[in-house]
Design a protein around this ligand. Sequence first.
Ligand code: NAD
Ligand code: MLT
Length: 545
Amino acid sequence: MSWVMADTTLLSRSGSRSQPCPTVLVADGLAGEGLALLHEQAEVVVANGLTEQQLIARIPRFDALIVRSQARVTAKVLAAGQRLRIVGRAGTGVDNIDLAEATRRGVIVVNAATANTHAAVEHTLALILSLARHVPAAHAAVRQGCWERGEFVGVELRGKMLGIIGLGRIGSLVARRAQAFEMTVLAHDPFVSEDRARQVGVQLSGLEDLLRRADFVSVHAPLTSSTAGLLDADKLALLKPTARLINCARGGIVDEHALAAALKAGRLAGAAVDVFETEPPRCSPLLTVPNVVFTPHLGASTQEAQRGVALDVAEQTLAALRGEYVAGAVNAPFILPGALSLLQPYLDLAERLGSFLRQVIGGRIDEMEVALSGLLAEHDSAPVTAAALKGLIDPITDERVNIVNARHVARNRGLRVRERKESTAKSNYANLIELRVHSGEVTRLVAGTIISDVPRIVGIDDFDIDVHPFGHLLVTTHRDRPGVIGRVGTLLGAGDINISRMQVGRHVPRGESIMVMNVDEPVLPELLAELAALSPMQSVIPVSL
Ligand code: NAD
Ligand code: MLT
């Protein structure tokens, strides 16, 4: 079962063109290695520099869109992308993608979060050193035939204080590099623990304290609603006149007008800017002020980083198109890489259990409860719950449902979701998923596990059973009487329906029973009616998984 992309024809692993081939629009520069990988398994169109209108016009026929930081994936682009299943971001920041809208529409967004970390770290250091030693201005002067050594006297990093805003992947490594220059490092990051700060060898600080004390301030936070305009005129006024500010994270975090005014007035010694509010920055007030070093968003621009992000995003895009879980999904429940191999088969199982119950209930569903036991209970239950919800609600709504938006769709439909965990293994199974669904007064339960890598249904309501949840099933409830199974088999045989497996569960002889048959063909309504008319029969329900 493909559960990120259930409604897409799957591409064979060999990339066979006999099946419909997924279509991928690459709307920003992507390194050749990534393009080559995409070409092996998809029809790829490269179109850089599209305006929003042009992107809207082209997107309808594509299954996937890959961008860097230039193309903006707005709500309108997502609305026009009727086939769009995945947006791949060849880099870290996803601020150019309307994540909330993508999530609402069930479009999975993946990024390549780590492949350009070292490039951004090294570029930050390049900017700090350039700024400290006036490298760009001195270079330009020499080119013009000047030899004014006195004009370009710099400052040393040794013994200075670096203030880092955002102690994540990049911020932490910048801290380490700065320590090699014998700088002391302060960091402001409201989401980082003292323990983590100690590991990196930095002291955590409030933002204002950091701005007052640091000689160099380097920004490494993402652009979000809480960081937009974070360094405004009031905050910049706290900096020492000898301080230097570096922004190699995102335009919009530093107020460009306020920074330009501070530099013009000499209230700040210098700034290095790799990223701008609008790129390219044709009207930025920074372009005309002194003591600045600019680069055109080059933080991730190394051969190594571009190869890395291109391969990473291409691999994840193709995996998502095949319906596999992708670890770099930023709008889906997160699964730690080590946990993925355990969880992946249970995601498939959970979706089958959800689908089974929906077909058995056949009507309104008020509440779904997922209970995990065994090793499974040690992991975040969100992915399993999302997969079960997908199975439960996918075919009963026009909306595309997948791991990305399953909870959102359930909430909108008024379907309550509960989760429970029991760390001890239940019954004989090392791991068990129990799915209970309430519909008015009716409650139905199905339990499943993985045995020898294969999903199994091991319980239905309070019956123990062992069912292979694949293909066409026939689920009956009846009173256990001699000859029932024979008569069912005879009727199916007469209807040319082949039974491949049959399981019966009961509590006591001649009591309530359940029978689940795997059949090779779907059972038509007339034959179902004949089966239902057999005297001890209480219900006959076809299920297709
Ligand atoms: P990350 O997620 O590992 O780290 C970001 C850190 O910022 C986190 O620790 C987070 O807690 C912190 N943060 C969030 N809100 C904050 C706030 N209000 N104040 C202080 N800290 C806050 O990300 P990363 O890989 O280190 O990348 C950081 C950013 O760098 C990215 O979001 C991206 O925009 C930018 N980036 C730029 C380039 C470039 O080419 N210039 C390249 C790569 C990344
Ligand atoms: C990023 O967020 O990864 C950077 O902006 C790099 C880029 O895409 O240019």
